[in-house]
Design a binder for this molecule. Structure first.
Ligand code: SF4
Length: 409
């Protein structure tokens, strides 16, 4: 069962990035960035397809040289998702990317500084209906702001940088804007977004920049992004990981799904932590199940449980699960035993049942099962385990007795 989210979203205006809405109550989108040379058209498209398959909604490609802009002209028509060109110091690259047909630009106000260049790009975007992300980065703040705030990167300086850029855009009547104020320092990033959310209704793109390799990078990015999402702040997100960008997309989707902010797309695999009762190597079976499901679009919650004594009960809310007992796997659907399979076929059977439930539904799967036989077999294996291990398989009570005796209690 998926509990409905209770995080009210901050009201923002909506902009379009190609055909994808951002803000204004639209589903929160997941972004990533290609790591190929944009001039390498086939390599970049291959990566974009992999990202889209993993659930990426919008992808960014660098446009740092003429060859990259030419690559974009060939990539954009074949991309399954909208493309944002990442612009560094040269506003002419922004204009070239627009010629290539990109659906969005990302400008760093700390890099392109001349107002006439900023306004020329914004005016061109206005005429073409292309959106811009104002991408403030704590690591590359405008020198004048750096000086104004005592040589320190502060949330106030980052917000001011974004608002200065927005003011230039408004001079040429350009409003198709989303904003980010990323930093690698999580508390700084959180505070900058909070302050920004108080002063603008433009949609916000969340991220912790240079979060680093997983697992620390995942934790940092999640700490920043999830905190803000729980406060209703954020319309689109990116995990900036030092890893395959597909990992960024998976992390982004999983965070949104875990918070109830996006409908489940792939399997949500839950597993018990294992304990003295476990009849299998739960970590290994869970890992193999994760690999077997991969990015398959089966939006079910599936449980891998170490024993049939407690597994089906502890995971009774899962759509499907498997619990080990007496060298056999006990499959259960919504807490009801449906089949018994050999231990070495647990993962294959789990996948087959997941496909059955996904295509035909829970009731059809239950109708096909011989529930009476499966329950009888589960009862037998449960009884055998209880007989072998007793009620206290983890020896907790024996340890408590020992502690009490040693302490003279
Ligand atoms: S009692 Fe069974 S299901 Fe629960 S943690 Fe131990 S092995 Fe896993």
């Amino acid at each position: 069962m998926q509990f409905e989210t209770s995080f009210p979203r901050r009201a923002t205006r909506q902009i379009m990035v190609g055909g994808v809405p951002v803000g204004g109550g639209a589903p929160i989108t997941v972004q990533s960035m290609t790591v190929t040379k944009t001039a390498d058209v086939d390599g970049t498209l291959q990566q974009i397809y992999a990202l889209a398959a993993a659930g990426c909604d919008i992808v960014r490609c660098t446009c740092n040289e003429a060859e990259a802009a030419e690559g974009l002209a060939r990539i954009v028509p074949r991309s399954p998702i909208p493309i944002i060109a990442d612009i560094h110091n040269n506003h002419r690259m922004a204009l070239a990317a627009l010629e290539a047909g990109v659906q969005g630009l990302r400008l760093n106000p700390g890099n392109i500084r001349r107002p006439e260049h900023i306004k020329a790009v914004a005016a061109e975007c206005r005429d073409r209906g292309v959106s811009i992300r104002i991408g403030v980065n704590g690591g590359s703040l405008d020198e004048s702001l750096y000086a104004k705030y005592g040589g320190k990167v502060t949330p106030e300086a980052m917000v001011e940088s974004a608002l200065m850029e927005l003011a230039y855009f408004r001079e040429v009547d350009f409003e198709l804007v989303k904003i980010s104020v990323k930093a690698s320092n999580v508390p700084l990033m959180i505070e900058a977004y909070r302050q920004l959310a108080d002063v603008t209704d433009h949609p916000l793109h969340l991220g912790v920049t240079e979060a680093g390799p997983p697992p620390a990078g995942l934790l940092k990015a999640t700490a920043g992004i999830a905190t803000l999402l729980a406060e209703g702040i954020g319309d689109t997100i990116r995990y900036s990981l030092t890893a395959d960008p597909v990992e960024e997309v998976r992390a982004g989707r999983q965070l949104l799904e875990a918070m109830g902010l996006r409908a489940r797309k792939n399997v949500d695999l839950i597993a018990c932590p294992s304990c003295g009762r476990a009849e299998i190597d739960v970590i290994d079976v869970a890992r193999r199940a994760m690999e077997a499901f991969g990015d398959r679009e089966i939006p079910l919650q599936i449980a891998v449980m170490g024993c049939v004594v407690n597994g089906p009960g502890e995971a009774r809310d899962a759509d499907l699960g498997i619990a080990a007992g007496n060298k056999r796997g006990h499959l259960f659907v919504k807490g009801r035993n449906v089949a018994v399979v050999p231990e070495d076929r647990m993962v294959e059977e789990l996948v087959a049942w997941a496909e059955l439930i996904h295509t035909e539904g829970v009731d059809a799967a239950l109708a096909r099962a011989d529930v009476a036989v499966a329950e009888r077999e589960a009862r037998k294996d449960r009884a055998r385990l209880l007989e072998e291990q007793g009620d206290d398989a983890n020896a907790s009570e024996a340890r408590v007795d020992l502690i009490r005796r040693n302490l003279g209690g």
